[in-house]
Design a protein around this ligand. Structure first.
Ligand code: CAA
Length: 282
């Protein structure tokens, strides 16, 4: 299975980051967004990241030119027909994903591998929505994708050995460090990270300390790059709430139950950095 052309579905925060690292690693990359303005926003995000990288001395102007030359944006799914591997990074909704997989199944080759960047949905369920459940795997990236070294590779019950090996090797070819995670909510990282974040909110509600002091404590006392509330704002409170609910539904353990304050902040539209206010104001 030689992978030369990669399709990316979705050019939001994650999709744009994934498309960027694929293009930067030499793959011909086709990224598809549903509407032109969303596509332009995503491609603009990639260009800004590369320009910031140049300013910081981390990206050469030649690397930026090479990356952008490998990247093509489109709103047409048919343009992904030549992709050897497609990474889906669209909205976290099984029906929406199934609709896109069905359309894609009709245009790509039989040998094309599908991967989902879902952080919380069941990979086996998603694989079963396609005509290629043996050529389907989870490939979970972390935000910000160009900077975070980790990728989780998740096998569905139906993933073939060949597909798993190809996807793992593909992640390595992006300069990432893949780990194998089980097809259970939260995989490895969110399984441990989300209860920690929820516990920080619960502890704050119970008067453990101020938001600033809890953040400072965890950042300076443990060497984490961000305290839990800064990280919650960075990940998005709606995203965390959504993942927590899926984990709680599956495991039925209090550690995964979203605390009342998290739900209320989501209801109030305080979603974190992206909405201008979360635990902090931006
Ligand atoms: N291009 C290239 N390199 C860049 C860059 C760019 N545009 N911007 C920054 N960098 C480099 C910097 O030069 C720096 O490199 P060195 O370490 O070699 O000096 C490094 O990246 C870090 O950048 P900064 O110093 O500017 O910023 P920082 O130190 O504050 O780090 C961060 C930023 C990487 C986001 C860090 O705060 C961090 O790791 N935070 C935690 C993020 C995290 O936990 N993400 C996972 C969230 S969970 C998830 O995504 C999964 C899910 O399912 C919800």
């Amino acid at each position: 299975m030689e992978i030369k052309t990669v399709g990316v579905l979705g050019c939001g925060l994650m999709g744009a980051g994934i498309a960027q690292v694929c293009a930067a690693s030499g793959y011909k990359t086709l990224v598809r967004e549903v509407e032109e303005p969303l596509l332009a926003k995503g491609l603009g995000r990639i260009e800004k990241f590369l320009n910031d990288g140049i300013d910081k001395g981390k990206v050469t102007p030649e690397a930026k030119t090479r990356t952008l030359a490998n990247l093509t944006g489109t709103t047409k799914l048919e343009d992904l027909a030549s992709a050897d591997l497609v990474i889906e990074a669209i909205i976290e909704n099984v029906d929406e994903k199934a609709r896109v997989y069905a359309a894609l199944d009709a245009v790509v080759s039989d040998s094309t591998i599908f991967c989902s960047n879902t952080s919380s949905l069941c990979i086996t369920e998603l694989a079963a929505k396609t005509r290629r459940p043996d050529r389907f795997a989870g490939l979970h990236f972390f935000n910000p994708v160009p900077l975070m070294k980790l990728v989780e590779v998740i096998r569905a019950l139906t993933t073939s050995d060949e597909t798993y090996r190809a996807v793992f090797a593909f992640a390595q070819s992006l300069g990432k460090e893949p780990i194998t995670a089980p097809d259970k909510p939260g995989f490895i990282v969110n399984r441990l990270l989300v209860p920690y974040l929820l516990d920080a909110i619960r502890s704050y509600e119970n008067g453990l300390g101020t938001i600033e002091d809890i953040d400072k404590g965890m950042k300076l006392g443990t060497g984490y790059p961000m305290g839990p509330f800064t990280l919650l704002d960075f990940v998005g409170l709606d995203t965390t709430y959504y993942i927590a609910n899926i984990m709680f539904d599956e495991y039925r353990e209090p550690a995964y139950a979203p605390p009342p304050l998290l739900k209320r902040m989501v209801l109030a539209g305080r979603l974190g950095k992206k909405s201008g206010q979360g635990f902090y104001k931006y």
